[in-house]
Design a protein around this ligand. Structure first.
Ligand code: URA
Length: 230
């Protein structure tokens, strides 16, 4: 790929800034000064930026604690989007799946299309874990209905879901584990048993767990271990 694109992708500066650095000789490829248009192979060539060797990452993986009131999309006319929180402005980055405007929690953002596909594919049955507050008492009958599959107005029933009551009360705190990702799925499942979700947070997706040290709106790169597990 072009050297200036590679450096801009790596957040070394804007495209015009990195062009300037290259022209000023701040960047070398295998020890030599080159032009911004130079095609480079980061797999075999040594690229130094201000004297320090840089290692190009083709794929990047960010864990965002999505806050409420932001849209899971690249662009939106009215609201902030999840991409507004990410400093990395690569055009190929996108969120893996969607969380509603008022849902918060774990959202993976990556340019690894294959991983994204595998996590979302209904045939892969990747578990998504949600914590929710429900208006009203959640009953044993609800737990059974979630396990058996619910008619939420789609062609097929929902796949078996594990519903656990964490705190009983007029407002119940629950955990739900689903292996699908239908539109408004958790809200529609509770609506099917006559209840309303008043708060929803995703805490895990497959092996990836929301880092509880992150605050809403904060994000970090996945660790090597998290990437390997995914
Ligand atoms: N289910 C919902 O209803 N909303 C979400 O954002 C995610 C799952």
């Amino acid at each position: 790929m072009r050297l200036d694109k590679l450096l801009a992708d790596m957040q070394a500066g804007t495209r015009s800034e990195v062009k300037q650095y290259i022209r000023q000789g701040k960047v070398t490829v295998d020890g030599s000064r080159v032009s911004p248009k130079q095609q480079v192979d980061p797999g075999t060539q040594t690229i130094c930026f201000f004297g320090k060797e840089i290692h190009y990452q083709k794929y990047v993986y960010y864990m965002l604690y999505k806050p409420q009131n932001c849209v899971t999309a690249r662009q939106d006319a009215g609201h902030k989007t999840v991409m507004d929180y990410i400093v990395d402005k690569r055009k190929d980055l996108s969120p893996v799946g969607r969380l509603d405007l008022d849902t918060e929690g774990l959202l993976l953002i990556t340019n690894d299309g294959m991983l994204s596909h595998n996590l979302l594919s209904p045939t892969k049955h990747v578990e998504k874990v949600y914590e929710a507050k429900i208006d009203g008492w959640v009953t044993k009958a609800d737990i059974k209905a979630f396990r058996q599959g619910l008619d939420i107005g789609d062609k097929t029933l929902t796949k078996p879901a594990e519903l656990t009551v964490l705190t009983e009360g007029d407002i119940s705190r629950v955990r739900v584990v689903i292996t699908e990702g239908r539109y408004h799925q958790i809200k529609r499942m509770f609506a099917a048993v006559g209840k309303q979700v008043i708060y929803l947070k995703r805490t895990a997706m497959g092996s990836l767990k929301l880092d509880e040290t992150l605050l809403p709106g904060e994000y970090r790169e996945l660790t090597k271990e998290e990437r390997n597990l995914l």
